[in-house]
Write a protein that binds this ligand. Structure first.
Ligand SMILES: Nc1ncnc2c1ncn2[C@@H]1O[C@H](COP(=O)(O)OP(=O)(O)OP(=O)(O)O)[C@@H](O)[C@H]1O
Ligand SMILES: [Mg+2]
Length: 232
């Protein structure tokens, strides 16, 4: 794994709004180092989800380089980008996005299968991960049998399943109370610190910020460094 698993260089992105072109980013640069959890805050519509989608190979920039573990993925085919997403990036969304008809353990199994990587070892990993997020007793439950916080913990375990170098979370605590939010961010922190991953968390949640190494505000297409909140 490279020391800087994720680099964005001079990213330009605009969207068409009727006959008008709206510039979201003109020339945005950013990097995430190993072992670092970075928070991105900013007003609604400032481009936080767009930023994360570009960083996670879900959306192509109009210009600029997205470098994942030393490879510029801008020139990659859709197939190659999908491999990068599956193997090198773990996504966590606002709602857990679980598959309704799959049991908890099978939600994790699925991502391994998609990566053609299902075996005995992976089976042990499902147990271990669900254990680490406190869900060992929920292996055979379906999403509708879980609380919101539990569903989000399944989504986190699933995001860690392929052991990605980069973790991207888009408002993962938005539907949770403060205590559950802190639990969720602590799970991400643990993964980042113990396994030296790079992580970006987009959030509106002040409870999350004291756990982050750096905080940036996205404002008018620029990422502005914001002083870290010290107290935990
Ligand atoms: N596919 C698209 N087509 C056109 N405009 C888009 C598209 N995706 C996003 N936008 C616009 O780009 C801007 C940034 O959107 P984005 O979803 O990145 O904001 P955000 O910071 O994540 O907001 P929120 O905090 O509400 O989630 C918005 O004005 C949005 O309407
Ligand atoms: Mg958003």
């Amino acid at each position: 794994m490279s020391e800087i698993p994720l680099q964005l260089e001079n990213i330009r992105k605009s969207f068409q709004d009727g006959d008008r072109e709206v510039d979201i980013f003109h020339s945005l640069s950013f990097e995430a180092k190993k072992g670092e959890l970075i928070a991105v805050v900013g007003p609604s519509g400032s481009g936080k989800s767009t930023f994360l989608s570009i960083a996670g190979a879900l959306l192509k920039p109009d210009n600029g380089r997205v470098i994942v573990n030393g490879q510029d993925i801008a020139s990659f085919s859709e197939k190659e980008r999908s491999r990068v997403r599956l193997q090198e990036i773990g996504f966590i969304f606002q709602t857990a996005n679980l598959v309704p008809f799959l049991k908890v353990k099978d939600q994790l199994k699925l991502v391994k299968e998609l990566a053609s990587n299902w075996g005995k070892e992976a089976k042990g990993m499902v147990q271990e991960l669900l254990n680490s997020v406190g869900l060992a007793h929920r292996l055979n439950h379906y999403p509708h049998q879980l609380s919101g916080g539990e569903r989000q913990r399944v989504a986190i375990a699933r995001a860690f399943m392929n052991d990605p170098d980069i973790i991207l979370a888009d408002e993962p605590t938005a539907s949770l109370d403060r205590e559950r939010s802190v639990e969720i961010v602590q799970l991400i922190v643990k993964e980042v610190k113990e396994k030296h991953k790079a992580a970006i968390i987009v959030t509106h949640d002040e409870a999350v910020l004291p756990f982050c190494d750096q905080i940036f505000t996205l404002d008018r297409g620029k990422l502005i460094f914001r002083e870290r909140v010290e107290e935990k």
